[in-house]
Design a protein around this ligand. Structure first.
Ligand SMILES: NC(=O)c1ccc[n+]([C@@H]2O[C@H](COP(=O)([O-])OP(=O)(O)OC[C@H]3O[C@@H](n4cnc5c(N)ncnc54)[C@H](OP(=O)(O)O)[C@@H]3O)[C@@H](O)[C@H]2O)c1
Length: 345
């Protein structure tokens, strides 16, 4: 690193739901192309390459073959969480940079190992926390940091949708790291971290499935500057997906889908009530590419061209902090995965 990359060759490892969404946004990013895709099954790789590739995209019937492809500069790992570390290790050993789906691993120790491997092999590593690369979220974070909207004192964020999948789905499978916290709760937790700083204290309550994974979780947090947060994630119900940040000067409402919002609005408040005539609407200082995965892809490209080992938008320390928080919350509410040091619940 750095590398002279006119066009960055992306390799997508696994052909599931998010890999397809990601591939659609990849086509919108200048200076990036889908060089190859790898799947456990060659048919799936071929149909993926046909649908999302540019005609010369190669299809591989194994992850190892994808990682051996010299046209691939950076690998996007889109397997279930429990398999991310093995994928990243193999990618680094093959000399590839890595964008790894969230959460990067099931637990802190494994995330630390992934970061150690990236540094050892001198490769770029970023958690695919696309929310942190989203133009509206970035602008909101910057403006909040200036104090323009007042002192943030109470943040709420909830993310949930019904997972109408068979019990064999990864979302219900403890061996694959299923459950609402790791899949969805990571967004409200990261949102609070981005807006308020690192939590001083987090406490959770959850409803667990028979398999031991959490179906619904609510978290109360205490953050720097006297701020508190109410955060939740659900696999059983369709929550608002909104976030609000109440300050001593007014309130910020983050539009539908706080993790990829089309806008955020600050409404000042005085003793007579909300001052809607003085509302400030944020829409981001750069365009949203596709659903917003394009901005994450752009950020990886920028970092690779600058020879960075990590992105300032999703630094390794943040990824590890969030995993540490989720480890503690799992212990708090009793979610155990089979490979946890204490073993299954
Ligand atoms: N950033 C986001 O917005 C977002 C959204 C959804 C999910 N995610 C993350 O992306 C990851 C994948 O989620 P997904 O919803 O795409 O999952 P999914 O639809 O189940 O796809 C996962 C893919 O991983 C591969 N795989 C390898 N071993 C597997 C195993 N033992 N069981 C199941 N799949 C296996 C399969 O691809 P092949 O058959 O091709 O090998 C499978 O299609 C998760 O870590 C999740 O947290 C991120």
């Amino acid at each position: 690193m750095p590398e002279t990359l006119d066009t960055i060759g992306w390799g997508i490892l696994a052909t599931g739901k998010i890999a397809r969404t990601f591939a659609r946004d990849l086509t919108l990013v200048p200076g990036a192309r889908l060089a190859a895709v790898g799947s456990r099954g060659i048919d799936s790789a071929r149909s993926f390459a046909e649908e999302h590739g540019d005609g010369s995209t190669r299809a591989h019937g194994s992850y190892d073959a994808l990682l051996a492809d010299p046209a691939v500069d950076v690998v996007y790992i889109a397997t279930p969480h429990a398999l991310h570390l093995a994928g990243a290790r193999a990618a680094f050993e093959a000399g590839k940079h890595v964008l790894c789906e969230k959460p990067v691993t099931l637990r802190t120790a494994d995330a630390e190992e992934m970061v150690r491997l990236a540094r050892h092999h001198d490769r770029f590593l970023m958690e695919a926390m696309w929310m942190a690369c989203h133009p509206v979220v970035r602008e909101l974070r910057g403006e909040l940091g200036t104090g323009r909207f007042g002192r943030p004192l109470h943040l709420t964020a909830e993310l949930g949708f019904r997972v109408d999948a068979p019990p064999t789905d990864r979302m219900f499978d403890p061996t694959l790291g299923g459950g609402a916290l790791l899949d969805m709760g990571i967004y409200p937790l990261t949102f609070a971290h981005l807006m308020l700083g690192e939590a001083h204290e987090l406490r959770g309550v959850a409803t667990l499935a028979e398999s031991g994974v959490d179906l619904d979780i609510a978290v109360a947090g205490r953050y720097p500057g006297g701020a508190v947060a109410s955060l939740s994630a659900s696999m059983t119900s369709w929550s608002s997906r909104r976030a609000t940040i109440a300050t001593d000067l007014g309130r910020i409402d983050v539009g539908s889908n706080f993790h990829h919002p089309d806008h955020a609005v600050f409404t000042p408040y005085d003793a007579r009530g909300p001052r809607t005539e003085h509302e400030v609407t944020l829409t981001g200082t750069e365009p949203v590419l596709g659903l917003g995965y394009g901005n994450e892809i752009l950020e990886v490209g920028r970092c690779l061209r600058e020879g960075l080992g990590e992105s300032p938008l999703v630094p390794h320390a943040q990824t590890i902090t969030l995993l540490r928080q989720m480890d503690a919350l799992r212990a708090d509410v009793g979610i155990r995965y089979p490979d946890d040091p204490e073993g299954p619940a």
